[in-house]
Design a protein. Structure first.
Length: 441
């Protein structure tokens, strides 16, 4: 797959605001990672302390070589149009090209920068109706101006018409208010995120003060939580958030957690196959918590990778091996005569369910679990790994593990039938996309 076209990227990163740390990484480093996710492979950093910024970025190890950075020193209290024109000359940008200018002392949602980078005209990022949740972060801010300019896409022609000594922010703000520069309004951007099964309002805000940083970090952590959860996941959520709040300040990566959890998952398979059901189910319960951490950590620290995006495939393989191992154990010990038949029926119906769900989700543009109130209620108790594990653990407690295996298989098949019927119903009735909901947890 080819990389999308991206305009040249210039990050204005002044010390010390751009080095403000939120959830384990600085605003500048976060911006660098977001740029990588958007497909940028080179950028220039304009700073009043270029050496400090170069040293800071050099100390960051995550995919450091994937984004080529050039550094340019500037003088003066504020960024001027002349500073940007000098950068254009160094970057050899023609008069018919645009440059994406991003201020590195801001937190900015990736979706907003994507929309701005895709704009076809000179544009500035604004928020006409900031949500109340970030209001405290905007109070008494002296970043750039009261209008809080975070980023802009500007043509060389626009810049060449301005006074070199003019303050960049003031020039952009003035032309935006006059309508000479288009607006990319955060308040009008799509908030629903299909992979998250919820609406997450895209926002941007300047580097918070020391007193406001706990609030900013809480907002970022809350934004990583998926919506429409099954019952066990509702219980896990606060535990996962607490663990992520500590892990984000370490060098542990989401992929390390993913691979470590997969190895532990195969340990559950081995324990089940050998008949050590209690150790196996206890480890499986712990994995239920660990499984939600890698995704949250990746979203929190902007460390999404191709492996991370395929995590669900790895999870599905490991999860399936659990039920196959239980089938082997109960068949081999003679506790369930047709354990393999039950397992393969469960597996086949589940495969049909996955295909039906994927097909209808492409049509409706959102997750089936979040399509209607009925689907959100079903999600709470529908057969999934957490539900199966809790169900099997219950029967193990009452001394009927074989019955628990049968129950989890039939519970899964019943859940699959419900999802298949819903997928067919939505597909054949021609229901269109529904308005996004704000269901979250």
């Amino acid at each position: 797959m080819t990389e999308p076209f991206r305009p040249p990227l210039l990050i204005v990163a002044d010390s010390p605001e751009a080095l403000t740390e939120l959830c384990g990484i600085s605003l500048l480093e976060r911006m660098r990672r977001v740029a990588l996710q958007l497909g940028f492979r080179e950028a220039m950093i304009l700073s009043n302390s270029a050496k400090t910024m170069a040293t800071h970025v050099g100390n960051e190890s995550w995919r450091r070589a994937d984004l080529s950075l050039a550094f340019r020193e500037r003088t003066g209290a504020k960024v001027t149009v002349g500073d940007i024109l000098d950068c254009l000359a160094e970057l050899r940008i023609g008069s018919d090209k645009r440059i994406l200018i991003v201020f590195g002392d801001f937190y900015c949602d990736e979706r907003l920068l994507r929309s701005l980078a895709d704009a076809q005209t000179d544009s500035a990022l604004v928020d006409s109706d900031p949500p109340s949740s970030i209001a405290p972060l905007l109070e008494n801010s002296d970043s750039h101006s009261s209008r809080l300019l975070c980023a802009a896409l500007l043509s060389s022609e626009w810049l060449s018409r301005k006074n070199r000594g003019g303050t960049l922010v003031e020039e952009i703000t003035s032309d935006t208010m006059a309508g000479h520069i288009a607006r990319v309004d955060a308040a009008r951007q799509q908030a629903y995120v299909r992979s998250m099964r919820r609406s997450v309002r895209p926002v941007f805000f300047p580097a918070p003060s020391v007193e406001r940083r706990p609030l900013a970090e809480r907002l970022l952590r809350d934004a990583t939580q998926k919506g429409v959860l099954d019952f066990p996941a509702l219980v896990h959520a606060p535990i996962e958030k607490w663990m992520v709040s500590h892990l984000c300040r370490t060098t542990i990566t989401p992929n390390q957690i993913t691979l470590g959890t997969a190895v532990l998952g195969l340990g559950v398979t081995l324990l089940y196959a050998c008949g050590y059901l209690w150790p196996g189910v206890l480890l499986a319960l712990a994995i239920g918590v660990l499984d939600g951490i890698d995704g949250k950590l990746a979203r929190l620290k902007a460390q999404t990778t191709k492996l991370g995006k395929r995590e669900h495939d790895l999870d599905y393989f490991v999860e399936t091996s659990w039920w196959m191992a239980l089938a082997y154990h109960f068949q081999a010990t003679g506790q369930i005569r047709y354990a393999y038949v039950i397992f393969f029926a469960f597996f086949a119906v589940h495969r049909l369910e996955r295909m039906a769900i994927q097909a209808v989700q492409r049509r409706i543009g959102r997750n089936l679990d979040d399509f209607a109130r009925f689907d959100r209620l079903v999600r709470i108790v529908a057969g999934r790994r957490n539900i199966y594990t809790w169900l099997f653990a219950f029967f193990l407690v009452i001394g009927s593990p074989a019955t628990g295996f049968i129950w989890l298989c039939f519970w899964g098949m019943a859940s699959a039938v419900v999802h298949i019927v819903r997928a067919l119903q939505i597909g054949f009735t021609g229901q269109d996309k529904v308005a996004p909901t704000s269901t979250s947890s």
